[in-house]
Design a protein around this ligand. Structure first.
Ligand code: PGA
Length: 258
């Protein structure tokens, strides 16, 4: 049995409005309840775009699939036109939030310090927080994977007490593997995860071994099992392959086999 209960998360990004997202959530629920991906024993969470959260929450009411928001502001309320709030996400039925995704860092100028403030906002609102970190291809080529991931995570966790660690998960997503079809090899991913875990042990000696470290970046039905079979890979954050019931359910099933 795996040391840690795996988490399989679907990041739906800016895909599917309320009708399509609600329908997909319903299909996913039906597929999983009728046995697809059976025996995974893992936790499941989907991150629809904010406008689709109500329909997805409704479609998944009473199911074991959790709903999360893709990004929040650092403040719960205020003069922040266009932003979303962790407190409001909680009210809308979310139990998770994502932050630090490389697309946010790249296209929305998110900084390490901004991610840290959002982690705090999410925890304060009672959300569980999935923090994304990962290096670019240039950073990997320059041998900076450990330095970059430790910096991103170290800042994100500033001020997070050990007692809150159970509410956190970390997703290691090498930027060069996201949406490219190029997956990190299981060895590359495990090397990064083991390094991240070692770093977490220096920060939270008693809690680091229980924290779930997810891998993300072109996870598909056919590569999920070997990735999830690595000792420090405790789940997957899935983009493209989470938009189809069959591939997502197969990844959920792979978590059970790992
Ligand atoms: P991908 O996206 O699975 O499509 O590579 C992963 C992510 O961005 O979380």
């Amino acid at each position: 049995m795996a040391l840690r209960t795996p988490i399989i998360a679907g990041n739906w990004k800016l895909h599917m409005g309320p009708a399509a997202a609600g329908a997909l959530a319903g299909y996913l629920r039906d597929a999983l309840e009728s046995g697809a991906g059976a025996g995974s024993g893992g936790e499941l969470v989907v991150f629809p775009t904010a406008l689709s959260i109500p329909s997805v929450v409704a479609a998944l009411a009473g199911s074991a699939i959790a709903v999360g928001i893709q990004e929040v502001a650092a403040k719960p309320t205020g003069a922040l036109t266009g932003a979303n709030s962790a407190v409001m996400a909680r009210e809308a039925g979310c139990t998770w939030m994502l932050t630090g995704h490389s697309e946010r860092r790249q296209f929305f100028a998110e900084t390490d310090e901004g991610v840290r403030d959002k982690v705090k906002a999410g925890l304060a609102a009672g959300l569980r927080v999935m923090v994304c970190i990962g290096e670019t291809l240039d950073e990997r080529k320059a041998g900076r994977v450990e330095e970059v991931t430790r910096r991103q995570l170290g800042v994100a966790l500033q001020g997070v007490p050990a007692s809150a660690l159970a509410e956190l998960a970390v997703a290691y997503e090498p930027v060069w593997a996201i949406g490219t079809g190029v997956t990190a090899t299981p060895e590359q991913a495990e090397e990064a995860h083991a390094s991240i875990r070692a770093y977490l042990r220096t920060l939270y000696p008693a809690e680091a071994d229980a924290l779930r470290l997810l891998y993300g970046g072109s996870v598909k039905a056919d590569n999920a099992a070997t990735l999830l079979g690595q000792p420090d890979i405790d789940g997957a954050l899935v983009g493209g392959a989470s938009l189809e019931v069959a591939s997502f359910a197969a990844i959920v099933g792979a978590a059970g086999a790992a």
